[in-house]
Ligand binder design. Structure first.
Ligand SMILES: N[C@@H](CCC(=O)N[C@@H](CS)C(=O)NCC(=O)O)C(=O)O
Length: 198
């Protein structure tokens, strides 16, 4: 299998972590794209020009990250996503919350990178408000990390990793001690350490 990603993409990081946790990373060739510039090879795989894309051994190009994650778990698990029952919907909801943090943080950062006179303070505030509320929810609730590592926890770990890497000034864990304690343990996992953005 071929996994197309980048060394900084938190969405691609989720898939690399899932593959390591499932013990199948040795079956995957990882190719990093610089998605900051147009990559014609990537467009052929995904017209949205986004990573990650997983090309299966039978030539199927899968995207986006929730689809790849589920395919990996159905094919090599199940271990990271309960197959049925209330736990499945809980894990998927936390995974969606984590993706929502990224979906708000990425455009907030892009806005911050624009020349100051072109930035929209309202757009930044709106998106960082989503990030803050989601992190508060994760800090105030424990049930989402009561069990073994799953797609929800992997997503949260990658979202925190992205915020610490790209927006360290937010110091998102400094006011959220329970989330910080969880993250200290989770980020020590070999799969997390092997995929630190750089
Ligand atoms: N919803 C997508 C988001 C993927 C995404 O936004 N990837 C970014 C990198 S972090 C990308 O490839 N951006 C390049 C572009 O939009 O041209 C997923 O979960 O896979």
């Amino acid at each position: 299998m071929q996994l197309y990603g980048s060394n900084t993409s938190p969405y691609a990081r989720k898939i690399r972590i899932a593959a390591i946790e499932l013990g199948v990373m040795d079956r995957i060739t990882f190719t990093a794209f610089d998605v900051g510039t147009m990559q014609p090879e990537l467009v052929k795989l995904n017209p949205l020009h986004k990573v990650p894309v997983l090309v299966t051994d039978d030539g199927r190009a899968l995207f986006d990250s929730p689809v790849i994650a589920e395919w990996l778990d159905v094919t090599y698990g199940p271990r990271l996503l309960p197959a049925s029952g209330p736990a499945r919907w809980s894990v998927l909801t936390v995974a969606a919350l984590a993706d929502g943090i990224l979906d708000a943080a990425v455009p907030a950062r892009a806005e911050r990178l624009r020349p100051p006179e072109q930035q929209s303070a309202a757009a930044i505030e709106k998106n960082l408000g989503k990030v803050a509320r989601a992190l508060d929810w994760l800090d105030q609730n424990d049930s989402w990390h009561a069990g073994a590592p799953d797609f929800g926890q992997i997503g949260v770990g990658c979202a925190i990793g992205y915020l610490e890497f790209r927006m360290p000034d937010l110091a998102v864990l400094s006011t959220r001690p329970r989330l910080a304690a969880w993250n200290a343990g989770f980020s020590a996992r070999p799969a997390m350490k092997a995929t630190v953005p750089h």
